[in-house]
Design a protein around this ligand. Structure first.
Ligand code: PEP
Length: 262
């Protein structure tokens, strides 16, 4: 049984005061001890917030002792040294990060991150017990050319090269069709599920069937309160990586609860 993983990726949004306000509101809506079956969110799902680097410290302090986990949006693939402007996994670890997003399409596109670099980051994250969320997904033209599976297969094989089964138990995959990110377009739940199922098979072939079965595969791309429950009904969708809709406490709380009602 895979516990759904729902992560909010704030990208380059929210100042420290805005972040503090958001997380305080989130915490007051997501209690430490869920009050029984009627509250579905925290008993059934793992929730992660990935704020900017400069807000991690304050957000981490507020989340201490809470079931909401802290994640980073990126890291560098060295422990320390002369890498101006970069952030090491050791620094993230000390601030209480448990997860780190690696290989987001915006990093691949704007910062020219390739699968080799992404693989190095994943290995270093694992060395410091940070759980990587590896993002994969095709562009619109690749989608139109029916290349989705080839693209995600290469990103997964190269991104996870040299990782063993035990390490893989710490990794989650986020399938994010790039044409659906921030556009309001989403893959239909059943189309997304088809890709997730194939990703699971790719993982099973790379590692073993048990690892494939255990790996959590999130969907990302314009996830909103309205479409979350339909996505989560799919058997191979194990949560979501949420960008825009994670910036409002109200909508993120609804997503975590699969609550599509206004
Ligand atoms: C993302 O950037 O990972 C993402 C899925 O963004 P959005 O939810 O805004 O499409």
């Amino acid at each position: 049984m895979r516990k759904p993983l729902i992560a909010g990726n704030w990208k380059m949004n929210k100042t420290v005061s805005e972040a503090v306000d958001f997380v305080n509101r989130l915490k007051s809506h997501i209690p430490l001890n869920p009050p029984g079956d009627s509250f579905r969110g925290m008993s059934d799902v793992e929730v992660v917030i990935c704020p900017t680097f400069v807000t991690l410290s304050e957000v981490g302090k507020i989340l201490e002792g809470s079931s909401i986990k802290l994640g980073a949006q990126n890291m560098y693939m060295q422990e320390n040294g002369a890498y101006t402007g970069e952030i090491s996994p050791l620094m993230l670890k000390e601030l209480g990060c448990r997860y780190v997003i690696i290989g987001h399409s915006e990093r691949r596109e704007y910062f020219k991150e390739d699968n080799k670099l992404i693989n190095a980051k994943i290995k270093l994250a694992l060395k410091y017990q940070l759980r990587p969320i590896l993002c994969v997904g095709e562009t619109l033209s690749e989608y139109q050319d029916n290349q989705t599976i080839d693209v995600v297969r290469t990103e997964i094989r190269e991104g996870l090269a040299g990782i063993d089964e035990e390490q893989m138990s710490q990794v989650a995959i986020a399938y994010e069709p790039i044409w659906a990110i921030g556009t309001g377009e989403t893959a239909t739940p059943s189309d997304a599920n088809k890709v997730h199922k194939i990703i699971r098979k790719i993982i099973s072939d790379m590692f073993d069937a048990k690892t494939g079965e255990k790996t959590r595969i999130q969907y990302g791309g314009s996830v909103k309160p309205d479409n979350m429950s339909a996505l989560m009904e799919q058997p191979d969708i194990d949560g979501a990586l949420v960008g825009g809709a994670s910036l409002s406490a109200e909508s993120f709380i609804r997503i975590v609860n699969y609550d599509k009602k206004d």
